[in-house]
Design a protein around this ligand. Structure first.
Ligand code: PXG
Length: 292
């Protein structure tokens, strides 16, 4: 597929879409990003993603060089330029070109990059069977070092955990925080269900405030399923009736094993499956229109 990529106001053919080796996004991972989905000509929770991008940028003292409205329009136009109807958007803001040296003072202008593409979805069988998880020895970065609420271009912490999970033969890795409580998975938030009540770690456990996570709170409330934020340990996953993960890429998906031990009966549970269905309904009936 030959995509058209947006870089700082211009659309480039995929093979021509390049940035400088002096961009501090490359040199230091200095920048922020968002992963966004669109379904049937509508972008899902676009405002929320743009809000989070702005907060991530503010938190690293990065001024996004355009207005929110202009960025929303550029995002929609990138999808239109590629004539896509369902897919994935990767929005990046890098610190921009500077000299070799940590200080962002040498970077004159941040760069805005927008990629819209089709997405390689998890196969349906994974939603029916659920995925496996392994506990990682790599801990989530403590908020005192770098807030995990910032969706920054530096994902090494999560990548190392992902490698560890894969080496253990699992699809996802459970990352604990510095205190040993469950944080999140490498690119997804984690929930458990016990006796009909859904629980998930609070944001101050040192996790990303997931947009899909927030949607699950809305869906649980609409469906009268009790939901709460509380500190969880590995024990709570092992004794849970159900476990599921949420993320823009995975949507809502059951997790059925931790460290090769079954969670509940080892199959996706009824509350998880209800949320999977409700979430799909929402993605196909709401969102910012792309083509009108
Ligand atoms: N936790 C972390 C650490 C994440 O990176 C989520 C939770 C879920 O958040 P949302 O807002 O998506 O519900 C994420 C999401 C990708 C990709 O391309 C996705 C994420 C990060 C990196 C890559 O699938 N993040």
């Amino acid at each position: 597929m030959n995509l058209k990529i947006y870089i700082d106001g211009t659309f480039y053919e995929q093979s021509e879409a390049k940035i400088s080796v002096f961009d501090h996004g490359v040199l230091y991972g200095d920048g922020v990003f968002e992963g966004i989905r669109f379904y049937q000509d509508r972008v899902f929770r676009l405002e929320e993603h743009i809000d989070r991008l702005w907060d991530s940028a503010k938190a690293i003292a990065l001024d996004i060089p355009m207005s929110r409205t202009a960025l929303i329009e550029a995002t929609l136009e990138t999808i239109r330029q590629n004539d896509l109807h369902d897919g994935y958007i990767r929005l990046l803001v890098t610190r921009g070109i500077g000299s070799l040296g940590l200080s962002p003072d040498s970077c004159r202008r941040p760069s805005v990059i927008i990629i819209a593409a089709t997405i390689a979805l998890y196969p349906d069988s994974l939603y029916e069977k659920g995925l496996t998880m392994a506990t990682c020895s790599v801990r989530r970065i403590p908020p005192a070092a770098l807030s995990p609420r910032i969706k920054s271009l530096n994902y090494l912490n999560n990548i190392l955990a992902k490698i560890e999970a894969q080496q253990a033969g699992a699809a996802e890795g459970v990352m604990l925080n510095e205190q040993g409580y469950v944080g999140e998975c490498t690119g997804d938030n984690l929930f458990v269900v016990k006796k009909g009540v859904i629980s998930t770690p609070p944001i101050n456990a040192g996790i990303l405030g997931g947009i899909t996570r927030a949607v699950v709170f809305e869906l649980a409330k609409q469906n009268d399923i009790p939901i709460k934020e509380e500190d969880l340990t590995r024990y709570d996953i092992l004794v849970a009736d159900e476990c599921f993960l949420t993320g823009t890429a995975a949507e809502v998906i059951a997790a059925v094993q931790l460290d090769r031990r079954p969670i509940g009966d080892g199959r996706p549970g009824p509350i998880t499956l209800k949320l999977v269905e409700e979430f799909r309904g929402l993605t196909r009936s709401t969102g910012t229109p792309i083509y009108q």
